[in-house]
Every structure is written in structure tokens, then in C-alpha cells.
Design a protein around this ligand. Structure first.
Ligand SMILES: [Zn+2]
Length: 285
């Protein structure tokens, strides 16, 4: 779960920010997250969730309850369009049936303010895979656009081999990347790894941001896949978010990694502090 404010293009009258919530893992009381988004000074037009909207559950009834809770919370987020893809917690156990029933298709595309968005499902086949059918759908979807078109792909797992032993990869991710390669302005946003990462292949830039829950350690330094142990003295250690600010015309974008453990932005107090300043604001306002 995290928020990133991506300034697509911005002018004073029409703030166009794109908070990107990576993993919400809805289980019980989620009202705080809703308030975080509603507290933004510039109300988002579009919110993207890169999967794991729900935490999976042993009983389908319980899982359905979590989807309903997600929908209830997200419907109260001030007027923003919410676009989602499934994570393995949402869709791996039943091939995405429950996700489709509550949220709609697991892959699709749409346009928003001149940017083409592609929602890609790499979880519902029960393994880290996009599959040939979806791949050919994506290719024909892309074929309508010039090579210079701004494209944002959002998906759950990384499309490259970040740590295959931990399922931090997509087995046919190379084919997705090859299909995207001729396009010059592609950004991929993904979730799943609960930590920040930047990776570039050709001109395609791929981002994951910190999580607000279940921080994972650096896989290069840890042999076993498990969340970083909870430290009572530093409850927000390794958790955080990424802020992006830029000029009013959308140029000069700057990325700021915020760990909520720092004195400046400590825990929920730090979140409130950021909202007071309006985390979606351009710096020159
Ligand atoms: Zn996941």
C-alpha cells in the first residue's frame, strides 16, 4: 500500500495528479487510508492500484467480504476514477473469478489526458505469467498508437527478473518488454515487492515504490523471503512512499523517496504533516 503522486501535466486550475496505490491488502478497518487520499489538497482525478487490493482468505465468503470492503472504501475517495489490476492475493486462487465479479476485467486499457494506460494481469493464471492471449491483445492495442505516444503500463509483478526465486518476475515478461520496446515513452508501475526499485530496459522505465505495510528486505542481502521483522522501537522502518513534484508544465520532475521512519516524516504524524503541505502540489505553487 502506498501513494505516489505523479504529475502528468499540471496547470493551476486543473490539478492532474495520479496517486498510485500499490498494495492495499484490505482486511478490516481501512478508513485511515481513505482519509489519507481525501486529505490531499489537490484532489486526484485518477488513482491506480497495482494489485493486492485484498489479502487472500481461506474462505471465499471472507474474501468476497474484503472485495466489498475495498469497493466501499474506494467509492468514498472524492470523485477520483479508480483503476485496478489484480495481485496474486486477489486472483491466484480462483483464476480471477472473484476479482472479475467485483472489479471487472483483469486486463484492459484506457486513455486519460493524452496518456494511454494498459492494465496488465500477471497473476490470475496462478503463476507469474501474462499468457499468449493477453500478449496478443496488448500488441493489437498498442498498434493503434504512434511510437512517441506516452504509455503507462500498470501490473502487479515486475516484468523483469528482479528475484525469480521469490516470484519477483514474470515468466513471459521479456515478450511484454519486446512488444513495448519500439515505444519511446513507456513507464511501468508495479507492486508486489513492497520496496522501492527502479529498473530501465531500453527507454522503458519501471518503478516500484515503498509499501506502507509488510516491508521486504533487500533480496541481495537476505536468503529467505519474508517481511522484515517488526521493530517496536521503529514501527515504520523501511515503510514509506515516493513523492514526485515538478513544474506547472509537468517538466523538471523530481522524485523523493520518503521513509516514514525519518524524524521529518515519522509514521502517521508524518503522513498528516505531508498532507497539510499538500503532497500533490507542484513546487512552484
Ligand atoms: Zn503480490
Amino acid at each position: 500500500m502506498l501513494e505516489v503522486d505523479v504529475v502528468l501535466q499540471q496547470d493551476r486550475d486543473t490539478p492532474q495528479v495520479l496517486p498510485y496505490q500499490s498494495l492495499t491488502h484490505v482486511e478490516h478497518n481501512e478508513s485511515q487510508k481513505k482519509h489519507r487520499v481525501n486529505g490531499l489538497k489537490n484532489k486526484p482525478e485518477l488513482i491506480i492500484v497495482t494489485g493486492d487490493l485484498t489479502h487472500d482468505a481461506d474462505s471465499p465468503d471472507e474474501h468476497a467480504k474484503r472485495f466489498r470492503l475495498f469497493k466501499e472504501i474506494s467509492s468514498k475517495i472524492g470523485g477520483a476514477q479508480i483503476k485496478v489490476v489484480p495481485g496474486e492475493n486477489d486472483a491466484a486462487l480462483d483464476g480471477g473469478d472473484m476479482f472479475r465479479e467485483h472489479m471487472g476485467p483483469t486486463h484492459y486499457s484506457f486513455d486519460h489526458r493524452g496518456v494511454h494506460f494498459i492494465a496488465l494481469d500477471n497473476v490470475s493464471r496462478g503463476r507469474p505469467e501474462v499468457g499468449t492471449e493477453q500478449l496478443s491483445w496488448m500488441k493489437s492495442d498498442l498498434a493503434r498508437f504512434p511510437k512517441s505516444a506516452p504509455i503507462i503500463v500498470f501490473t502487479h509483478r515486475p516484468l523483469f527478473d528482479l528475484k525469480p526465486e521469490w516470484e519477483w518476475f514474470t515468466s513471459d515478461g521479456d515478450q511484454v518488454m519486446n512488444a513495448l520496446a519500439p515505444y519511446e515513452n513507456v513507464t511501468v508501475l508495479y507492486g508486489h515487492i513492497h520496496r522501492e526499485n527502479f529498473h530501465q530496459a531500453g527507454t522503458t522505465k519501471m518503478y516500484a515504490a515503498r509499501s506502507l505495510i509488510f516491508a521486504f528486505p533487500d533480496p541481495a542481502t537476505t536468503p529467505v523471503k519474508k517481511p522484515a521483522p517488526f521493530d517496536k522501537a521503529q514501527p515504520f522502518k523501511n515503510l514509506g512512499l515516493r513523492r514526485i513534484n515538478g513544474n506547472a508544465n509537468g517538466s523538471d520532475l523530481q522524485i523523493e523517496e520518503v521513509e516514514l521512519a525519518t524524524a521529518e516524516y515519522s509514521g502517521t504524524v508524518g503522513m498528516d504533516q505531508m498532507l497539510k503541505h499538500g503532497s500533490g502540489d507542484a513546487k512552484d505553487e
